[in-house]
Design a protein around this ligand. Structure first.
Ligand SMILES: [Zn+2]
Length: 546
């Protein structure tokens, strides 16, 4: 039975067999019933007066709990924080409201914009007696103050070698407070695990923002292990949010590779690495399901820890892998063999080669139909690597919004000779690859319209062109944030386009992004977001919707 009919709409279906329509009927069960149904319409009829309807946006790579938690932390992004002095002032303000010994947690700073990483001694002065922990915008490094270093036994000497990470020291060998990559696990040992109730609140906070921005699905890029995890029982926080009606959007959870372990199944089953009971990619339902296993091959481009073949501009640093290449390969092959989709974070061209080698070997030794492995970010990509990724059926998951917020730091990191390798989009489509849309929120602002605008405009915050040859059209960017992301999640048969039988996840926009000038896309308004046939967000601009 028809529940809701949206009429007088400009529907961009993302279904090539029927790209446009002017009305959508939604059945009571939360599925699309028909396009352009003939009057008389039944159920609730809403006149959209020409507004544009798209499949709901799907963020293919975000950190929902991390974002929800960051909403309660000191915001160190630029703007509002324009200098190190302003950063210390923001820390001092929070410290005043924080009891001695308690934590002052901030996130979002970028040393490319502030001139340097914050310094432990200045943080001690800003927040006397408090524990200070400030995360870099990339999430790949953080700075702590002397109280935390003392907790960690790193006060004066960095005797600690951390495989896959680094405790930074000054010229005298004294730790500066900067902890890179897996060295962040040291702080984790003081604050983790978080109580699940806190994580559930963070999920609910994030979901409210997502619905306002037109997001109906997202993929959480790693839970349950490694430095991205907040608790080994993180999935339970999502389940609790869902049970309480606070999940808001559909969520696909990537499992951190660290959480996989031998299962003791029959040798013939080939289940060499998995989660208890043998659950794996695809387990769950349309609201909450397990996605790929998340592997970290390397680090951050703006932080210059990502593993590149040739040194960063103006230095001899080439970054590093988060585990040695043989271990990474073994992890990837074991997960592939055990039936998992694999999503590996690889930024530098050296890390990308290591991952492509592993995928190739996995497919050769344990052939599997359409495993749809992914490379997250795929940031510094040599021309030869595009064809190789395409031939292996790999889906690359780049982030459009990085151009504006991190682009200047990225251009500086790789130098002019490699600008044409950065965050490819068009050459991926030209090679026949599928392009998803994603934000990596809270690394950068996550509103899909910002990401879509950046995929088209490709300019940095300072106005420099960001590898503009890789720009795509607004149509291609919209397809990425809908169908492309559904494909990357192996879900394109139920979402990502508007056609009879598909999930009724829709976003209503004030104007058609393909019909306005590219500069205006970011400012278009989300009028409503519909998930499962129900209105999850209503800006109040459409009569009779709520
Ligand atoms: Zn991420």
């Amino acid at each position: 039975m028809t529940d809701l009919t949206l009429v007088n709409a400009n529907v961009l279906t993302m279904d090539p067999s029927r790209p446009r329509a002017s009305a959508v009927a939604v059945a009571g069960g939360g599925r699309i019933e028909a396009l352009d149904p003939n009057p008389p319409w039944s159920g609730r009829v809403v006149d959209l007066r020409g507004a544009t309807v798209l499949p709901g946006f799907h963020d293919a790579h975000n950190h929902m709990i991390g974002f929800g938690m960051s909403l309660a932390e000191v915001d160190l992004s630029t703007p509002p924080v324009g200098s190190l002095d302003e950063l210390y002032a923001a820390v001092a303000r929070r410290a005043e409201a924080t009891a001695p010994g308690d934590w002052v947690v901030g996130a979002g700073y970028d040393q490319n914009k502030l001139g340097a990483h914050p310094d432990r001694d200045a943080l001690d002065r800003a927040a006397p007696g408090r524990r200070v922990w400030l995360r870099h915008t990339s999430g790949h490094m953080c700075v702590v103050n002397s109280v935390v270093l003392a907790d960690l036994g790193l006060d004066d000497a960095a005797a600690t070698e951390v495989p896959g990470g680094r405790v930074a020291v000054d010229s005298g060998g004294r730790p500066t407070g900067l902890l890179e990559e897996r060295a962040q696990l040291l702080v984790g040992s003081l604050v983790y695990p978080y109580p699940l109730a806190e994580l559930t609140d963070a999920i609910a906070r994030a979901a409210e923002v997502y619905l306002r921005e037109g997001v109906t699905s997202c993929t959480e890029a790693g839970i349950g292990g490694g430095w991205v995890a907040h608790s080994p029982a993180e999935l339970a926080a999502y389940q609790a949010a869902r049970d309480a009606g606070r999940l808001g959007v559909r969520v696909e959870l990537m499992t951190a590779a660290e959480a996989l372990h031998p299962l003791g199944a029959h040798a013939a089953d080939g289940l060499v690495a998995g989660l208890d009971l043998g659950i794996k990619t695809g387990f769950g339902d349309d609201w909450l399901r397990l996605g790929a296993v998340k592997v970290f091959a390397d680090g951050s481009l703006v932080g210059r820890t990502a593993a590149v073949h040739d040194p960063y501009d103006g230095s001899d640093g080439v970054g590093y892998l988060q585990a040695d290449a043989a271990d990474l390969r073994a992890t990837i092959i074991a997960a592939h063999r055990s039936g998992w989709q694999v999503a590996t974070h690889a930024i530098g061209d050296l890390a990308i080669d290591v991952v492509l080698d592993a995928y190739e070997q996995a497919l050769a030794e344990y052939p599997r139909r359409d495993p749809r492995h992914r490379i997250e970010h795929f940031a510094v990509v040599q021309p030869r690597q595009v064809g190789r990724a395409a031939a292996l059926g790999v889906t690359a998951v780049p982030q459009g919004r990085f151009a504006t917020e991190l682009g200047d730091g990225m251009l500086a990191a790789v130098g002019p000779d490699r600008h044409g390798w950065l965050y490819r989009q068009r050459s991926l489509l030209d090679a026949g690859m599928v392009l998803p849309g994603s934000s990596d929120r809270p690394v950068v602002a996550g509103a899909p319209l910002l990401g879509i605008a950046d995929m088209v405009n490709r300019r940095t915050a300072s106005g420099a062109p960001f590898n503009p040859g890789e720009a795509v059209t607004a149509e291609q960017a919209l397809r990425a944030w809908t169908w492309g992301s559904a494909y990357a999640s192996r879900q394109e048969h139920v979402k990502g386009s508007i056609a009879p039988g598909m999930l009724a996840d829709l976003v209503v926009l004030s104007e058609d992004p393909t019909a306005v000038s590219p500069e205006r896309i970011a400012a278009l308004a989300v009028l409503a977001t519909i998930v499962d046939g129900r209105v999850g967000y209503d800006a109040g601009a459409v009569d009779d919707l709520g």
